[in-house]
Write a protein that binds this ligand. Structure first.
Ligand code: SF4
Length: 623
């Protein structure tokens, strides 16, 4: 028998370990009796150390995507150095199906599989070593395949879970390892978003695994105490059966206490079914979802056309955001910047639109990154929309220096300019995003924005005026936060420096920038509040600036404050800001458990930020 190694490497985050899906399918479908599976690698050990422990590898198969591509290339180089005759096969979304020069660029690979890999893998493992030309979907130095065709059915692909593929992997780790499994009930997506790999026509049809298989897999997750299920389905809630599958997961968690979390990408256009699913989760005795996404990406018509994105209509968004609010179910929205045809003004309009539609919980504005097989990965598309793309490091947020010792950094293509936004505009857009999210969705100006909107000042005008005021006032704490954030963006986009910023000494994690500034503003509230009052007086000359700032900050969870507490304020401010007609308020927060002071920052501005941890409640205290 020949020795084979399977590689689907991922970064380690604390005690979590990741059970791979793609490589598992390849093996479970493709294996035959000529092969001895020696190891499945799920982490990123130093390549030379891993290769030193290998035993006569004849075939090494690597699943490649942006989070392990550099690692795979270095591991493949090392394997070839020590075992020049070993065949190295790679596949996955990172393999550019258009690239005829693939093997010139990456000479350590022998075979590259395009699209779904199971049939190719079966054939590769069945053929004599090296005889790989003319295999479906398979590129070699001497053979470029025809465009890959999707499988008509996936029913014949065995379940890695039910085949026992994960047991030997799990047996190598301590019993208290927190396992994350990647899982899918179907493949494909009916939409065509140009920024997404799955938007390619190749993935347009849905293929489904049967319900009984899914049920047994979910049961396994419960029995095996799976902490986190990373669901690969592109649109949870798209099919009616997703309701039934959700019920299975809820029942399983009720029975076994696991899986703890079920992280699904919510369907874009099935808001009614999504709401039913979220409500089921809320009413169940256990909770498996952290919130519901409204991923809009943009509201700008020309951008939506350019990116082939079709959003649900705005009335529906408003109606369902209201329903979620009534049920107190957290939702969050996503935008992407800088999308093709987007301008600085249209970015501001996107944020305002979300606020107007009622998105009060959380917003993420992701930088636009390019993957090879997405429509936007095509150079013709990039030329049409004047897109400038630079290689930048993949984000390293929330890692520590100790996580990055001997770390092999991963990179991705990021858009730095378009024909409607040059780099300075793109950077300004990042900074506008920083101000608006820090203010509205981390709470530092959330209620103030509501108060100002009662005075006729739109939320985004407040954020933009504040952004300009910060730039004009270099002696302020806000400026130093702004400047640090801006410089980090420049360094990452132009000097390939890592993402993230430490704020609590050398041993700190690398915070995402809004979280970093949130920690600083929280710890310097007095200074921050003085600056905000100054800004309000200079820019708007509003009545009750001090009272408005003070009440806004009282509504943000403070690490040292005992809850509840009584807050005396101005009745007019309380009314305009909170809709409470009283000058004496009882401010409270649901979380009264002791938590280590350093971990508190992570809870408030990292783990629980999307569920609005920052937000206190208020009621009249007229006793
Ligand atoms: S972004 Fe989502 S909806 Fe759009 S193509 Fe990709 S998976 Fe489908």
């Amino acid at each position: 028998m020949n020795n084979i190694y399977l590689i689907q490497a991922s970064d380690a985050y604390g005690p979590n370990k990741f059970l791979p899906l793609a490589i598992a399918y390849q093996w479970c479908y493709g294996k035959n009796d000529s092969w001895n599976l020696v190891d499945t690698l799920i982490e990123k050990p130093v390549p030379s150390e891993y290769v030193a422990d290998m035993i006569d590898p004849v075939n090494v198969v690597m699943s490649s995507y942006i989070w392990n591509w550099e690692y795979n290339k270095q591991l493949a180089t090392e394997v070839k150095r020590v075992y020049p005759d070993c065949v190295i096969v790679t596949g996955g979304p990172q393999i550019d199906k258009r690239d005829k020069e693939f093997f010139d660029k990456y000479p350590y690979f022998d075979v590259a599989v395009h699209g779904e890999g199971e049939n190719a893998m079966k054939e590769i493992l069945a053929r004599p070593i090296g005889d790989y030309d003319d295999i479906v979907h398979t590129q070699t130095r001497t053979h470029m395949p025809k465009p890959a065709m999707r499988r008509k059915s996936i029913a014949d692909i065995p379940s890695p879970i039910l085949e026992g593929f994960y047991e030997p992997i799990m047996a190598k780790y301590p019993k208290d390892t927190m396992w994350q499994v990647t899982w899918e009930s179907l493949r494909g997506c009916p939409y065509h978003c140009a920024f997404c790999d799955i938007g390619d026509s190749y993935w347009n049809k849905l293929t489904l695994f049967d319900m009984e298989r899914c049920r047994q897999e979910i049961e396994w997750m419960g029995k095996n105490k799976i902490e986190y299920v990373s669901v690969c389905d592109s649109n949870w809630g798209l099919l009616k059966r997703d309701v039934e599958l959700t019920q299975m997961v809820l029942d399983t968690k009720e029975k076994y206490g696991y899986p703890m979390w079920f992280d699904a990408t919510w369907a874009k256009n099935n808001v009614d079914r999504n709401f039913d699913i979220a409500l089921m989760n809320k009413k169940a005795p256990v909770n498996i979802f952290k919130g519901v996404t409204f991923a809009m990406q943009s509201f700008n018509d020309t951008t939506l056309v350019a990116s082939e994105r079709f959003n649900i209509n705005e009335e529906q968004v408003a109606e369902y955001l209201e329903k979620y609010r009534e049920e107190d179910i957290p939702t969050y929205s996503e935008l992407i910047w800088p999308m093709p045809e987007e301008t600085y003004d249209s970015l501001k309009n996107n944020v305002q639109k979300l606020i107007d539609l009622g998105q009060d919980s959380y917003l993420m504005i992701h930088p636009l990154v390019i993957t090879y097989n997405a429509t936007m990965g095509d150079s013709k598309y990039q030329d049409t929309y004047g897109m400038g793309v630079k290689e930048i490091p993949l984000d390293t947020f929330y890692l520590r220096d100790t996580d990055m010792e001997k770390y092999i950094f991963e990179y991705t293509g990021a858009v730095v300019s378009t024909r409607t936004a040059d780099w300075n505009t793109v950077l300004q857009g990042f900074m506008f995003s920083w101000v608006s999210i820090l203010m509205y969705y981390y709470g530092f100006g959330h209620y103030l924005a509501k108060y100002l909107s009662k005075q006729g000042i739109r939320e985004v005008d407040f954020f933009e005026d504040l952004r300009k005021w910060i730039v004009d006032n270099p002696d302020t704490l806000l400026y130093s936060e702004y400047n640090a954030t801006e410089q980090h963006h420049i360094d990452t986009y132009y000097n390939q420096k890592l993402w993230g910023r430490k704020v609590h000494g050398e041993d700190d994690i690398y915070w995402e920038y809004k979280g970093a500034s949130a920690c600083i503003l929280h710890d310097n509230k007095e200074q921050y509040s003085k600056e905000l009052v100054m800004f309000l007086k200079e820019c708007y000359n509003i009545k009750y600036a001090e009272e408005a700032v003070s009440l806004n900050l009282a509504m943000t969870r403070d690490k040292t404050q005992q809850y509840p507490f009584v807050k005396i304020t101005n009745k007019e401010v309380a009314n305009d800001m909170l809709g409470i007609n009283s000058d004496t308020l009882l401010i409270d927060h649901y979380d009264k458990e002791y938590i280590d002071p350093q971990l508190w920052y992570q809870k408030a501005y990292h783990w629980d930020r999307k569920s609005r941890y920052w937000r206190c409640t208020a009621q009249a205290n007229d006793k």
